[in-house]
Design a protein around this ligand. Structure first.
Ligand SMILES: [Zn+2]
Ligand SMILES: [Zn+2]
Length: 176
């Protein structure tokens, strides 16, 4: 991923949230813990059931943007997501590189999560087009991806899915 071109790696947080496994009730608190770069006050202990439900809705909205078939659909879903955000951008070099964070430091983890995901996704869509988000074409995979390739040619969520599909297509051809 070319962060200089894309301006924000917050979109990666959006993608990973949309692809998170939500079977365990503590999934949202765990997600915040494993993505602590974006959270100034990680509060997994204080992550309520309502917060987890809100995180699930945010994940669903990211996925809804990825499956949308038209620009109008993307706009409606993106704006629903943005209406939940409380952006207060600030520049930081906490990891050595100057970059932007989108949520006010010190706010609750769920607010930082929603805001960062919404702003990261909206930035990429506004700068690079609504078709940059997609769903993996591999069989038995419905992971969301963001296409950062120069010619917008991506079809799979990962190299694993891409090579799995190439092998499957090769075997299918050999059968005929
Ligand atoms: Zn940071
Ligand atoms: Zn995949």
């Amino acid at each position: 991923m070319d962060y200089d071109t894309y301006g924000s790696n917050a979109v990666e947080l959006a993608i990973e949230l949309a692809n998170a496994d939500r079977h365990d009730p503590s999934w949202a608190a765990e997600f915040v813990r494993t993505h602590d770069e974006w959270f100034t006050t990680p509060q997994p202990a204080g992550f309520s059931a309502a917060d987890a439900a809100a995180a699930g809705e945010t994940a669903d909205l990211v996925r809804a943007v990825a499956v949308a078939a038209t620009q109008d659909e993307v706009l409606a879903r993106l704006n629903e997501l943005l209406s939940r955000a409380r952006p207060q951008p600030y520049a930081t070099d906490h990891d050595g590189d100057l970059h932007l964070h989108y949520a006010a430091p010190g706010t609750r983890a769920i607010e930082q999560l929603t805001t960062t995901v919404a702003m990261g996704l909206a930035t990429v869509v506004a700068q690079h087009g609504w078709e940059r988000l997609g769903i993996c074409s591999a069989e038995n995979c419905d992971a969301v991806y963001v296409d950062t390739s120069r010619n917008a040619s991506r079809r799979y969520c990962s190299n694993t899915c891409a090579s799995r599909s190439t092998v499957a297509a090769y075997r299918a051809r050999r059968k005929v």
